[in-house]
Ligand binder design. Sequence first.
Ligand code: DX5
Ligand code: ZN
Length: 216
Amino acid sequence: MKLSPSILSADFSRLGAEIKSIDEAGADYIHLDIMDGQFVPNLSFGIPVVEAVRKVTDKPLDVHLMIEEPIRYIEAFQEAGADILTVHVEACKHLHRTLSRIRELDMKAGVALNPATSVNVLNYIFDDVDLVLVMSVNPGYGGQTFIPGMLDKIKRIHKIADDKGLQNLDIEVDGGITLNNVSAVVDAGANVIVAGSAIFQGDPKANVKEFLKRMY
Ligand code: DX5
Ligand code: ZN
């Protein structure tokens, strides 16, 4: 079980301190949301911020690329310090090639599915991914409401992974996760939990600790 706080909702004027506090409170990963204004309507931050975060924590950097044709930037994110690189199936012309390239550069390869995308897209790439990211909101913004139908999608992926004997496949869920629904997400089969606003609104340290309690 891993908690991956998304810094999208952090106070960027004191990002180093924000990361230090979630790191010390026991966050497993740091989730970084990269948005290009094309694949999603919003812009966030880019490679220099990933480099800066790399300098203030030893925790794995879980980089979520919400950008068109991410294959163009795989090397740059690896050099910036990414450990897990997740791309959207909807944003890749050649998904298999993209995932292979990520692994060639010694990062974990993740594939993200928008809420309306079927789990069937995973059929021929299970051998090429380390992590499946189920989006439980439409990507682009923090602070949205969890789409309840995504619990069924998590269960399905969990069952397929079980049937195929993929014990090492991580199932990550991102969007609208709060202290109130995190147990349901874990019960459905998720083992990597992303939370942004529910961590950084209020006291991030206390929120991380409370999340970790409810996840186990
Ligand atoms: C949404 C991002 C999320 C976002 C989650 O496009 O991928 O990682 O930061 O924020 P909350 O937890 O507030 O929904
Ligand atoms: Zn994300």
